[in-house]
Design a binder for this molecule. Structure first.
Ligand code: CTP
Ligand code: MG
Length: 414
């Protein structure tokens, strides 16, 4: 092989999406796997976006099935218009075998391209740092660089098939590596290797194999366990589980009620104090349209905070007679229903009641259990605190009571 390595030139990526996905065809209803959607975007587009995040990558060649090339190019144009890659790109038709598709991709690369990364679009989880690792090794002078992982299984060579065949040999595990894409190459060398594959009829499943057959040196860098190739029906689970990731959300709630004895011309009725539905005997009466459970009002607002859906006033306005005298637990259960519909799972609640009077320590445990019950959470995931404000402010003057609530939960990204 003639070594005519380019030490100059840009690095482009060839993204293979021209396979027929036969091992997955039944499970995908005949649709080719690279066009399946993951997080609302076709599989091949995920790798394209990852390449676009690496500064060293200067352009992309998409390789699509020949019979769908027009439609695929239109799809890339639309995706790029919606969220630009910020890179030049081309779309070309693939061939019958993977290596034919690579060849077509290489033929489309621009003249100033010196290095190329070849990637299977069936590996949508490749990270930008893996791409970066490959680019750095190429820039440092490597002819070929591939990501490799140690194998955990003992690997045997088997003849006569897996059902009833025979073991011919057990391979030395320490020397084995499972290799992935993207695989990076000096473009001129890879082109030469593909030429020889044509003339000498080499059949391979990755590009590094061609470089090996051509006598070139192939270096390895650490691969990534997450960089799996969606190949068999059981791999589809990876797409489902991650399709709608749950994110942690936090909601804050705050509410105040005035004590009846401190109001001159009260506009609301006086109510016996309840906190988290627990009656507090001997406590000052509070003014409220509803039952005046300041703690549940703060909690309800915090749940709405997790949902990004306004506050208790927008959902249950004072002006709506339907909510006059309503039990706060009813308002909370309405909001919890909404939470369930929106896919929010409450995880933890931290509540603080701030009042000079009454003393709340004796009621804390009961309130905690009651709130846990209302939310369907274990009591260990609910905390109730009480504090005074050292005689300061309206609570210090015993004119009212306030409560704050912090709710954490998990919610599916919309
Ligand atoms: N590929 C390609 N052109 C081909 C064959 C494969 O561009 N003629 C691409 C596939 O789209 C895939 C990658 O090469 O992204 C790896 O191939 P593989 O996982 O084998 O995909 P398919 O060949 O599509 O699947 P199968 O082997 O199950 O038919
Ligand atoms: Mg294949």
């Amino acid at each position: 092989m003639i070594l005519s390595s380019h030490k100059w030139g840009h690095t482009w990526a060839v993204l293979l999406a021209a396979g027929s996905g036969t091992r997955l065809a039944d499970a995908c209803g005949g649709r080719r796997k690279q066009f399946m959607e993951f997080q609302g975007l076709p599989l091949f587009w995920h790798s394209a976006r990852t390449f676009a995040r690496v500064v060293a990558i200067k352009g992309l060649v998409f390789v699509f099935p020949p019979e769908e090339i027009e439609a695929c190019a239109a799809q890339v144009r639309a995706l790029d218009a919606a969220n630009s890659l910020g890179l030049p790109w081309l779309a070309v038709a693939g061939g019958a075998r993977r290596q034919d598709s690579v060849r077509n991709g290489l033929a489309a690369l621009p003249r100033d391209c010196g290095h190329v990364l070849v990637h299977d679009s069936a590996r949508p989880f490749m990270s930008a740092s893996l791409v970066q690792r490959i680019c750095v090794a190429l820039e440092a002078g490597a002819q070929s660089v591939i990501p490799a992982l140690a194998v955990t299984d003992t690997i045997k060579r088997v003849t006569g098939g897996l059902d009833g065949g025979r073991v011919a040999e057990t391979l030395l595990r320490e020397e084995l590596a499972a290799v992935q894409t993207p695989q990076g190459f000096d473009l001129a060398l890879l082109r030469q290797a593909h030429e020889r594959a044509e003339t000498e009829d080499w059949q391979v499943t990755d590009d590094a194999s061609l470089m090996e057959l051509a006598g070139g040196e192939v270096r390895v860098v650490p691969g990534e366990a997450c960089n799996v190739k969606i190949t068999n029906p059981e791999d589809l689970r990876l797409l489902e589980e991650q399709a709608m990731p749950e994110v942690s959300v936090t909601g804050f709630g705050y509410d105040v009620h005035r004590y009846a004895h401190a109001a001159e011309n009260p506009k609301q009725p006086a109510r016996p104090m309840v906190l988290g539905t627990v009656p507090i005997p001997g406590a000052p009466e509070v003014l409220a349209h509803s039952d005046g459970d300041v703690l549940l009002h703060a909690l309800t607002d915090a749940v709405l905070g997790c949902l990004g859906k306004g506050d208790i006033g927008t959902h249950f306005p004072d002006t709506d007679k339907a909510w006059d005298n309503a039990a706060s637990s009813l308002l909370l259960s309405e909001v919890l229903l909404l939470a369930r519909r929106e896919g929010l799972r409450l995880m933890h609640v931290d509540l603080t009641v701030i009042a000079q009077v009454p003393k709340l320590a004796p009621h804390r445990e009961e309130i905690r259990k009651s709130v846990a019950n209302l939310l369907g959470l274990p009591a260990a995931m609910v905390n109730v605190k009480a504090t005074t404000e050292e005689g300061l402010g309206f609570t210090g003057r015993r004119e009212g009571i306030k409560a704050v609530a912090l709710v954490t939960g998990l919610r599916r990204l919309p």
